[in-house]
Write a protein of this length. Structure first.
Length: 163
């Protein structure tokens, strides 16, 4: 499994051709079983920003991109752009399918990033256990609240750690 950082994902989404290859070639994507991208809706090459995150996962076994969006496929356009740009570097036989994965939906305007983290964790667990469970069974509003609290505690603990 490979997890592409959000800043590199943004570059891959907005970049072109050979400049993308400079980032992707060392990752050896053709030999990775799963590739995860945190997708942002910002489409500006000149400024940082954006208001929503979703998850795009490439599955080598099925030669398909799966997009998981906790806000009714709001980021589909951004995810499709990213998939188009990354596709040549996968060296897949045939064009990968693009699937809107079933994703639990957020009920507020600020938990999209936590959903990306929780959905990624569940997809990894399912893959490693060779099982397929519905994300709605495991990624619940309560799980999201717990993850948000755990991340806040981790950040505060790390802030108090002396190096």
């Amino acid at each position: 499994m490979v997890f592409i950082s959000p800043d590199v994902t943004q570059f891959l989404k907005l970049g072109e051709g050979i400049e993308i290859g400079i980032f992707l070639e060392p990752l050896n994507l053709p030999n990775q079983k799963l590739v995860f991208f945190a997708v942002n809706d910002n489409d500006s090459k000149l400024s940082a920003g954006g208001s929503h995150w979703s998850l795009l996962m490439y599955n080598k076994q099925t030669n398909s991109f799966h997009h998981y969006d906790s806000c009714n496929a709001y980021n589909t356009s951004a995810a499709r752009s990213l998939a188009r740009n990354v596709e040549p570097f996968l060296h897949a036989k045939g064009s990968p399918a693009f699937v809107e994965g079933r994703c639990p939906q957020q009920t507020n305007s600020y938990d999209c990033g936590v959903y990306v983290i929780c959905v990624t964790e569940e997809l990894c667990k399912n893959f490693l256990a060779s099982k397929e469970t519905s994300l709605s069974d495991t990624v619940t509003a309560e799980n999201i609240k717990q993850k948000r609290r755990a991340l806040k505690k981790l950040i505060l603990d790390l802030g108090q750690t002396k190096t």
